[in-house]
Design a protein around this ligand. Structure first.
Ligand code: AGP
Length: 614
């Protein structure tokens, strides 16, 4: 929920720190600050609002020093003000701390520290750590790493912490628990950050950190220990994407770029997944045929858009593999007594791989004996690292807070899982699998054709830009699409939007249709010809139209549509694959609505890209 960056090396630290924060602003953007390692006393500047406010405050006045830490915030404790912005300092102004996460026992710590004479400036949980570290550093004769090791033993909650002290400004100490932190290894310089995007322009060599590991960097060294001082060997890996991929590439917004990257993202996720003898290749599942045949249930856990991918997984896996699939909202899952055991496969879907709700649900499932497969878009993030296996989607970095290409690749991933399980369990023949795979390979081209005709959606947006409510209707596999369309409109246009199963409308929600204002209703028509559902959806359209709704229909080319004010045509595809296509116009609609309403498309208010608190 916050962006964290640290630098030590020959550069003027303000540059890599500010550049890093710019790349991390999607993680939280209600205030930002830096502490620079000037000898004897730190130089600290911090401002409420976006990074630009901090840059304006810094001007050209920042001192020419070579180490420091930086933070961009999504507020949890204490409002988004200058005073509550990170870094937070000890009373001598010589030790600075930045933090991502929540220190659950901060108020108890604060009472103890105040009783020792510490005075607090802010309303945050983080400041307690600054004063605690200050005391412990004195106890450990100036050893900030030892102070951090001891401090963490008295902290409860989830956190990433970075600290720097003016007496040894080129040394930066970090630690993580349930919250992301990665080290970047440069030549004569080293970095720490919440996400490799912060330093990828300087180095592609990264080191992942495990739970409760304390890392200390200087320009020429890195050392990692556990909380008791035992050395941990650095686990280095190569970052697989480049800095350009994390730039806008000429688009006005990351979200628009990522919408247009969807054909390639889907193609990249599909590539090489069918062998010459028509076998789906998913070796990364690490499950042998007997284990797959012994599966009795699948539970999908996820949040938000990823949850909608999970709903689509249910349709595909039950249809093809004949295994019961339950789809669970991750934040609810672990507070029940779910029935899971070794015959259950839990699939945790997460773009960032750091969503705390999903991580905690994953741990709950593992503790109950289930095998966990992660479907994730971020290499070496926490959720894949804590799973038994991981199927990486190949969407590339997704910077916009509103998830688009990650969703389509998550759906492709669960299609592949469904085909593989079905093939191994003998529910689908090799020929049937090959046919499904060939149909999936046509999807990138079909997405392209939708993206070539988005202009009518822009026209449509101008008509409805002032609406305050939009309803979405879907049936069968179109129902998750309706939910996703509503979520996109909520998080981008800040409008009340709600998705319904078409058949549910008459059981209450139809009362929402206001003939006075002509409530806009978007109906996703493709829902499975085999069940005659198109006819039922056409009836739903008539029901809402008769009550004064203004109806927009997403329909396949050639499909009969009656009663719509607007029809957005999409290519024909097998019903099970339709969500891949029907979702795209809804993404564009939400994007254009946000632009029309002057909203911050890539960083919508109150949101963050990766929700790393529960
Ligand atoms: C989607 O547009 C939202 N940004 C949000 O619902 C997101 O999908 C959810 O927070 C899950 O994130 P994850 O995929 O990184 O776990």
């Amino acid at each position: 929920m916050c962006g964290i960056v640290g630098y030590t090396g020959p550069q003027s630290a303000v540059t890599p720190l500010i550049e890093g924060l710019r790349r991390l602003e999607y993680r939280g953007y209600d205030s930002a600050g830096i502490a620079l390692g000037t000898p004897n006393t730190l130089f600290v500047e911090k401002r409420a609002g976006k990074l630009a406010n901090l840059e304006e405050a810094l001007g050209s006045a920042s001192p020419e020093v070579h180490s420091g830490i930086g933070h961009t915030r999504w507020a949890t404790h204490g409002g988004p003000t200058d005073r509550n912005a990170h870094p937070h300092l000890d009373n001598e102004g010589k030790l600075a701390v930045i933090h991502n996460g929540i220190i659950e026992n901060y108020s108890q710590l604060k009472v103890e520290l105040e009783s020792k004479g510490h005075t607090f400036e802010s309303d945050t949980d983080t400041e307690s750590v600054a004063h605690l570290l200050s005391d412990l550093r004195k106890k450990h004769h100036g050893d900030l790493s030892a102070a951090m090791r001891e401090a963490v033993q008295s902290l409860r909650g989830s956190f990433t912490l970075l600290a720097v002290h003016a007496d040894d400004p080129e040394t930066i100490v970090g630690v993580r628990r349930n919250s992301p932190l990665v080290v970047g290894l440069g030549v004569g310089e080293n970095f720490m950050a919440s996400d490799v995007a912060a330093f990828i322009q300087y180095t592609k060599r990264a080191v992942e950190l495990g739970q409760d590991e304390v890392v200390t960097i200087t320009p020429s060294s890195i050392s990692i220990t556990d909380l008791y001082g035992a050395e941990v060997a650095p686990r280095e890996y190569e970052i697989t994407w480049d800095a350009a991929a994390a730039q806008k590439g000429g688009f006005t917004h990351f979200m628009l770029k990522e919408i247009f990257e969807q054909p390639k993202a889907v193609a990249d996720t599909l590539i090489g997944r069918l062998s010459d003898n028509n076998q789906i290749l998913l070796d990364e599942l690490h499950m042998n045929p007997d284990e797959i045949r012994a599966l009795k249930k699948i539970v999908v856990i996820a949040c938000g858009t990823a949850y909608h991918a999970g709903m689509i997984a249910k349709y595909a896996i039950e249809k093809w593999a004949k295994i019961s699939v339950e789809v669970e909202i991750a934040s609810e899952y672990r507070y029940r007594d779910p029935i899971v055991d070794s015959s259950t496969l839990v699939i945790a879907i997460s773009q960032s791989g750091e969503t705390m709700d999903t991580l905690m649900a994953l741990r709950h499932a593992k503790a109950s004996g289930a095998r966990v497969l992660a479907v994730c878009n971020t290499n070496s993030s926490t959720i894949p690292r804590e799973s038994d296996a991981v199927l990486y989607t190949h969407a590339g970095p997704e910077i916009a807070v509103a998830s688009t290409k990650a969703l389509l690749t998550q759906i492709i991933a669960v299609y592949l899982i469904g085909m593989h399980l079905a093939q191994v369990r003998g529910e689908l023949s090799d020929q049937e699998v090959a046919h499904l795979y060939s149909q999936a390979l046509e999807l990138p081209g079909k997405i392209e054709s939708i993206l070539e005709t988005v202009e009518p959606i822009r026209e449509l947006t101008r008509k409805f830009a002032k609406s305050e409510t939009v309803l979405f209707l879907g049936r069968n596999i179109g129902y998750p699409v309706a939910l996703e369309g509503a979520l996109k409109l909520k998080e981008l246009a800040y409008m009340h939007a709600e998705g319904f199963a078409g058949g549910e409308l008459k059981h209450g929600p139809i009362a929402l249709i206001d003939s006075e204002i002509g409530t806009p209703v978007i109906a996703i028509l493709p829902a499975g010809h085999e069940h005659g559902l198109d006819e039922k959806m056409l009836s739903n359209i008539q029901e809402v139209k008769a009550r004064g709704a203004r109806v927009i229909v997403i329909a396949e080319e050639g499909a009969m549509v009656v009663g719509a004010e607007h029809v957005i045509r999409i290519p024909i595809a097998p019903p099970i694959f339709q969500p891949i296509l029907a979702t795209v116009p809804l993404q564009v609609f939400a994007y254009e609505m946000a632009v029309a309403r002057g909203n911050d498309v890539d960083q919508p208010r109150n949101l963050a890209k990766s929700v790393t608190v529960e």
